[in-house]
Design a protein around this ligand. Structure first.
Ligand code: SAM
Length: 230
C-alpha cells in the first residue's frame, strides 16, 4: 500500500526537524513541496537526495493525475510546505483531501509531527492555551471588522497569523476593539536570530511597533488573551 506522509519542517531554525522526518524524506519516492526552491535548502542541509515536485493551488489537473498514478503504483510520497506543519494555513490541505477522496483507505495517510508557528508562539507566550481559537490569516476586507468584534468578546485565547504588511493595521484595529485588560502578544521571527515576544495591552504593543519600524518585518503570530483572563 502506498503512503502519503505529511511531514512538518522547521519554521526558521533548520535544526528543528525530527529524526523520523529526515528518515522519511530520504526514503520516499517523491517529495511534494509548496515551493521546491524553498525546500531545497532543508534537503541540502540534511543531504536528502529525493526527487521533488511542486504542488499548490496553481497546479494543473495533469500534475494531480501524475501524483495519483504514482500512488496507484505503490510509490510513497511526502508532502511538505514552505515551513511548519502542512495544511495549517497553507495549500497542503488540497492534496490531502484529494487523496482521501480518491483512494479512501487504500492509500495510507501518515502525519509526521513537528514545528508549527501557532503552537510555538502559544508555548512561549505565557497566555493560557488549554483552550484557544485559531483564525489562520484574517480576511483583508469582507468579515474583517466582524472578526475584530468577535475577538473583543472572545471567552477563549485567540491566535492568528499576520504578515509584515498588515501587522500595524491589525494592531490599530486591536487598539480600537480591545479593552486595556486584554493582553496582546506578538511572536515574531520564531526560532530565528531575531526572535522576539512583545507583550502588553493593545495600545502598548501598537506603540512599540510604531516606534521600532525596523521590527515591522519578518513573520508574525498574534495572540490575544481571553476576555476576563489576563
Ligand atoms: N503551516 C505553517 C505552520 O505550521 O506554522 C504556517 C504557514 S502560513 C502560510 C505562514 C505564516 O505562519 C506566516 O505568515 C506567519 O504568520 C506564521 N509563521 C511561520 N513561521 C513563523 C515564524 N518563524 N515566526 C512567526 N510566525 C511564523
Amino acid at each position: 500500500m502506498a503512503t502519503l506522509y505529511i511531514v512538518a519542517t522547521p519554521i526558521g531554525n533548520l535544526e528543528d526537524i525530527t529524526f523520523r522526518s529526515v528518515s522519511i524524506l530520504k526514503n520516499v519516492d517523491l517529495i511534494l513541496c509548496e515551493d521546491t526552491r524553498t525546500t531545497k535548502k532543508l534537503l541540502t542541509t540534511y543531504a536528502i537526495p529525493t526527487h521533488t515536485a511542486s504542488y499548490n493551488s496553481r497546479s494543473t489537473e495533469g500534475k494531480r493525475e501524475l501524483i495519483f498514478s504514482l500512488l496507484e503504483e505503490g510509490k510513497d510520497i511526502a508532502l511538505v510546505s514552505d515551513a511548519g506543519t502542512p495544511c495549517i494555513s497553507d495549500p497542503g490541505v488540497l492534496i490531502v483531501s484529494q487523496v482521501r477522496a480518491r483512494f479512501g483507505d487504500t492509500v495510507k495517510i501518515v502525519p509526521i509531527p513537528g514545528a508549527s508557528a501557532l503552537v510555538t508562539a502559544l508555548s512561549g507566550s505565557g497566555i493560557p492555551a488549554s483552550e484557544f481559537v485559531f483564525l489562520g490569516f484574517l480576511p483583508h476586507k469582507k468579515g474583517r471588522e466582524t472578526l475584530f468584534s468577535e475577538i473583543a468578546t472572545a471567552s477563549r485565547t485567540v491566535v492568528f497569523y499576520e504578515s509584515p504588511h498588515r501587522i500595524e493595521k491589525t494592531l490599530a484595529s486591536l487598539v480600537i476593539h480591545l479593552s486595556l485588560d486584554r493582553t496582546v502578544v506578538i511572536a515574531r521571527e520564531l526560532t530565528k536570530v531575531f526572535e522576539e515576544f512583545v507583550s502588553g495591552d493593545a495600545v502598548t504593543v501598537a506603540e512599540y511597533f510604531k516606534k521600532n519600524k525596523i521590527k515591522v518585518k519578518g513573520e508574525f503570530v498574534v495572540i490575544v488573551s481571553a476576555k476576563n483572563m489576563k
